[in-house]
Design a protein around this ligand. Sequence first.
Ligand SMILES: [Zn+2]
Length: 465
Amino acid sequence: MIDQNFERELNACLAAHWDDMVADLDALVRIPSVEDPATAGPGAPFGNGPARALQAGLDLCERLGAASKNLDGFCGVADFPGERATQLGVIGHLDVVPAGEGWHFDPWRVTRKDGYLIGRGTGDDKGPLLMALYAAHFLFERHGRFPYTLRFILGANEETGMADVKHFHEVYADPALVFTPDDEFPVCYGEKGQLQGAFSCPVPADARVERFAGGMALNAVPAQAEAIVRAESAPAAPRIAAEPAGPGLIRLRAQGVQAHASTPEGGVNAIHLLADYLLAHDLCAPSERPWFELVARASGATDGSSFGIASADEAFGPLTMVAGMAGDAEGERTLTIDIRFTSAVPVDDLQEALEGQAASCGARWTASRVEPVFLMDPQGDFIQVLAQSYRDVSGDDQPPFTIGGGTYARSFTKAAGFGSAVHGEAFPSWVGGMHAADEGVPEDQLKQAFKVYAVAIERLMRLDL
Ligand SMILES: [Zn+2]
């Protein structure tokens, strides 16, 4: 339950200041803060846009009562003073992904239409970060000094490498608790471990497959794959198109269905379709079979079962595995793997399984990224306070959840993803989601976030940190 006076004050604050808040958001959205190495320099490691947006965010923090510091353009901190030096942290980001194609609105300003705010960054993450800032300002005006220092961490490189938070850790220790308004409500208390890497093997001298390539990203089920094989004919098959590609050569194109690596179940892997087809119709040389059998196994199941690593735990559900990109260059074939794993199997066991798979066909496995499982106790005070704050404001009693993706949260010891989008909420067709064209957010969702953040920060300040 929220105190009724408190809720009345929150509503009165929104009624009085909402237009100003939207104007502040508009000022931030007008800075196209996309990473741009061409304009990078001292104080602007990710280019001019992210640096300008970061400084604009820090200036806003100052205006709202926090003392700010810009860490050489990587990120910034802004502290609302507390009785104690112990910190409660909030981290969001001011960089955005490129506008991309297909917009019906100007991506670089806020358009207000039918209760929605449209513009790049309105939902990810300028809008949500601003709501947390305003909530802090509201509480600061009401009470003055907080029991603990409230530290805002403003990132400038979340979308393209997270060098911002890495730099933060080089300068400062972790706050006692951190939440990031760069996720969804109710509250995200865990992120699967991630293991990424690639299989590789030399192309044999007697290869019949002249080319084999597919996929655009390591972290997606590929929708397209293509091969050129030495053959006179190629039998018809579903989702495979064949055409002549020169004397004695046939070009094969496989059409799958794309899906993100954290939720691959709905996808159809085009690399798998193609490898399977080559094997079934004997279109590869005997020396190539072991490699294409490995490719077919790796891409044939998204639960790890084809590698004997299928596993699950209560917090995360099943492990997922995606073979995202296949290629051949400089005499070597490669296939990338993205595994999102749970606490059920140690990552060393997964590595061992992958090395075993590689060895079985004379290939190599090379890991490029290993991130451990990040998991908070869903019954602990921190997650419970966040979940209850959201529930009390919204009346929505969805339980806390975990994800297969990664946010800022995993780079802190005690952290959670907390809003401000709502898990499972759909928008009308003319409003795009995060990273999409016509990115937008309901005004009511942001107003709700402002209230949730105020309630949650007030309650977190009462915990024994
Ligand atoms: Zn984001």
